[in-house]
Design a protein around this ligand. Structure first.
Ligand code: ZN
Length: 341
């Protein structure tokens, strides 16, 4: 059977945070909020298991945003005075914290939710962290004055937390690097090097998620400017194929990524995006199985993992749940089709 996994995030229930937002406000505080985050995590563990996924995540229920969740536990960052900054080459504006001094972890970042996840499912678990290049692109630098230097400083901290997550029982540690699709030349050189620094010494499975972003309007508008063939992956995939990272995720369904680019990832596990996160239309199992079938022309069966194109955070809960079921049912159907070949 194909492994099935989500990219990372899932919608937060309405009692936990504002819904259908990328940077939602929490609905509670203090111990009540801490409990609500774990309750939501439990709910999504169950939903993923019920849907039939083989790799389970925490749905990032404990963090406000996939980058800022990590940054909140880093010393040297001023969260009180956020500034507006254009991110992903000025694709959209965001209020971001500022780096104001040497970076150091205040302690563990995701211990609570990682151990909670481990305690509540017997299936393989995946945990996501932002990648160094994407972090650098989502904070304002008032201290390092050099993107590469700052990326490696973050990579060291990510590595500390990743090693601890491995000790917590995490099977797959994934770094999210949407910035790799924006700064392609830098990604192929220092981006991948910083990523490998973040994964240094890990013996569990390591992964990188590279996408065209959440299904928000700014990203949809950007994608419309990219033309008929999206070749962004072409630069970074060869560098990743040579790297120590085990799994690489990419967008497939409804993207304009030429499928033959997957062949550049020879030897790696490929997490193929078979679920569109920019549309509320629920994929049918047939559609998912067809997408897997197309990917199988370029990725050997044992290396193919069926995945979502990106996180599902800004969607409605009902749509996300239906998409999880479509993912698992479609992968099962693809498996069945192969058995009858
Ligand atoms: Zn993504």
């Amino acid at each position: 059977m194909f492994d099935t996994a989500i990219a990372g995030s899932l919608p937060k229930p309405a009692w936990l945070a504002e819904t259908e937002k990328l940077w939602p406000q929490w609905k509670a505080q203090g111990p009540e909020l801490a409990q609500a985050k774990l309750d939501a995590t439990l709910l999504w563990i169950k939903a993923q298991e019920d849907a039939g996924l083989s790799v389970i995540g925490d749905g990032e229920q404990s963090r406000q945003h996939f980058v800022h969740g990590f940054l909140e536990r880093v010393e040297g960052i001023d969260f009180e005075h956020k500034v507006e900054m254009g991110i992903r080459a000025d694709r959209y504006k965001a209020m971001v914290p500022q780096v104001v001094g040497p970076l150091r972890l205040k302690g563990r970042v995701h211990e609570t939710e990682a151990r909670f996840l481990r305690a509540h499912t017997r299936r393989k678990i995946k945990f996501t962290l932002p990648g160094p290049m994407t972090i650098v692109d989502t904070v304002a630098d008032r201290f390092y004055g050099d993107r590469v230097k700052m990326a490696f400083a973050f990579a060291e901290l990510l590595n500390q937390e990743a090693l601890a997550l491995q000790a917590d029982g995490v099977d797959i540690i994934q770094f999210d690097e949407p910035a790799f699709n924006v700064y392609m030349d830098d990604a192929a050189t220092w981006g991948v090097q910083a990523l490998e620094r973040a994964a240094q010494g890990l013996t569990c499975t390591t992964a990188v998620h590279i996408c065209y972003g959440y299904g928000i309007q700014a990203n949809i508008d950007w994608k419309n400017t990219l033309g008929q063939e999206w070749r962004q992956y072409e630069k970074v995939f060869p560098a990743l194929a040579r790297s120590s990272i085990d799994q690489v995720s990419l967008e497939c369904l409804h993207s304009h990524v030429p499928p033959d680019l997957m062949a550049l990832l020879k030897g790696k596990d490929v997490m193929v995006g078979v679920i569109d996160v920019a549309s509320d239309a629920i994929e049918t199992p047939e559609e998912v199985a067809d997408t897997i079938g197309r990917a199988l022309q370029f990725v050997p069966r044992q290396h193919l993992i069926a995945c979502t194109n990106c996180g599902l955070a800004p969607m409605s809960r009902a749509v996300a749940e239906a998409k999880l079921r479509a993912l698992a049912q479609g992968a099962a159907l693809a498996d069945e089709r192969l058995a009858h070949k």
